[in-house]
Design a protein around this ligand. Structure first.
Ligand code: NI
Length: 230
């Protein structure tokens, strides 16, 4: 399941974030790559723990915690502190798969990467190419979203970023450990939750139908109770 979360950040938040990120120092992106992906990776990153990265990272985490689309589709248990990268002058990231386990810097805590997220800071017309291409069983998803929007996809997917031939592609990326490890189970719960939310809105005035929605909501939570790992 590849999910788009539109408008995670507001225009004001984007402007503040970009100002902070532009003032930070950037280093070779291979610092956070595993051995195999280091060979494919050619971009720049802000070092982990940099004050600008932490400040914008906290803004992103707060926005995620209030975003129904993200919460319903990802069912997050832990979120890796957001990292930041940029591509320009033909830079690219060849096909790779993300590491399965990541240590959260400065803590003994590890996270299993069930989902990978990319949040875009520039509108698509601000740079040439630079698409995130995610391969799954349905083919290749080519993703390039408006500034402030985010894509979330299974970390099991092979993926790459096509060369940025003009302009600068600025993004945040991070990983999520979900309470529901299995992508197909998580998709089912997401579909069910969305249907219930829609029904709730449409049937608010019908007593009998409202009872059915309460029952359906019960089924949703009972499945979640069966499957959730914490
Ligand atoms: Ni990756």
């Amino acid at each position: 399941m590849v999910i788009t979360v539109p408008d995670l950040l507001t225009k004001d938040q984007l402007a503040e974030a970009k100002e902070l990120l532009h003032s930070a120092e950037w280093v070779d992106g291979r610092v956070t790559a595993g051995h195999q992906s280091a060979m494919a990776k050619n971009n720049e990153q802000i070092p982990e723990g940099h004050p600008a990265a932490e400040k914008v990272g906290d803004m992103i985490l707060r926005a995620l915690g209030q975003n129904p689309m993200f919460l319903s589709s990802a069912l997050p248990l832990r979120i890796f502190p957001p990292l930041f990268n940029r591509y320009s002058g033909g830079q690219t990231f060849g096909t790779h798969v993300d590491n399965a386990i990541r240590q959260i810097p400065g803590t003994p805590m590890r996270i299993r990467t069930d989902l990978s997220a990319t949040l875009f800071f520039e509108d698509p017309d601000q740079y040439e190419v630079g698409e995130l291409c995610v391969e799954d069983t349905y083919g290749v998803h080519r993703v390039k979203l408006p500034a402030g929007s985010m894509v979330v996809y299974p970390s099991t997917s092979l993926h790459h970023v096509t060369p940025v031939t003009a302009g600068t592609r600025l993004c945040s990326f991070f990983w999520i450990q979900s309470m529901i490890r299995d992508d197909s189970r998580r998709s089912l719960l997401f579909d069910m939750d969305r249907s219930i939310q829609r029904l709730n809105g449409e049937l608010a005035d019908h007593d009998a139908a409202r009872k059915s929605v309460v029952e359906l909501t019960g089924v949703y939570h009972n499945i979640l109770r069966q499957w959730a790992e914490m």
